[in-house]
Write a protein that binds this ligand. Sequence first.
Ligand SMILES: Cc1cc2nc3c(=O)[nH]c(=O)nc-3n(C[C@H](O)[C@H](O)[C@H](O)COP(=O)(O)O)c2cc1C
Length: 184
Amino acid sequence: MSQPPPTDQAIHVRVWQELQRASQDRDHEWRTPVLSTSGLDGSVQSRTVVLRRADGDAHELVFYTDSRSPKVAQLRAAPMASLVFWSARLSWQLRVQAAFSVQVSGAPVDAAWLAVSVSAAAAADYLGAEAPGARCSDGGVASGDRHHLAILTARVRSMDWLELSSHGHRRGLLSGEGVDWLVP
Ligand SMILES: Cc1cc2nc3c(=O)[nH]c(=O)nc-3n(C[C@H](O)[C@H](O)[C@H](O)COP(=O)(O)O)c2cc1C
């Protein structure tokens, strides 16, 4: 027997609650979604990223990256991109359509760098002398003298939530405050 859909408001609240938990819990499966962007050559480019912050009121998700990484140029050229999250524990998939903006300087970037640089290993991700994706030189990966941390902010347009269940799958397209219930 299939389950009744949850109320529109309840599902919005639950999804943002899990996103927020994932941004703070290293073991949450939604901590590391896959981000897909449009490549500069028209291809689709996908990679794993770490969810750093989720703000349900602002409908925003935040990620950190190296400002020289190809995804930054891709998002500047084509800001609409998608994220996919899967949690076996929840049996939930979330596909997010969002408009991305890139910040490479200013107070939020300074604050993020301050937080990241507490860990030398984490800071090293943004201190490379060479851009991510560049060919390794003979000397291996050298460290530069300034950081290249950039903040990616995803302004969420819609979220396609899918719950797998032996009692019947459920799927809802969340946009604004409403939900369109879809055939899974
Ligand atoms: C578990 C995991 C987490 C990652 N987190 C990030 C991240 O938060 N930001 C990031 O830029 N790259 C992250 N990466 C590396 C990216 O997947 C990717 O290899 C790199 O950013 C280069 O992507 P690009 O060439 O498409 O720009 C992560 C990789 C893994 C496996």
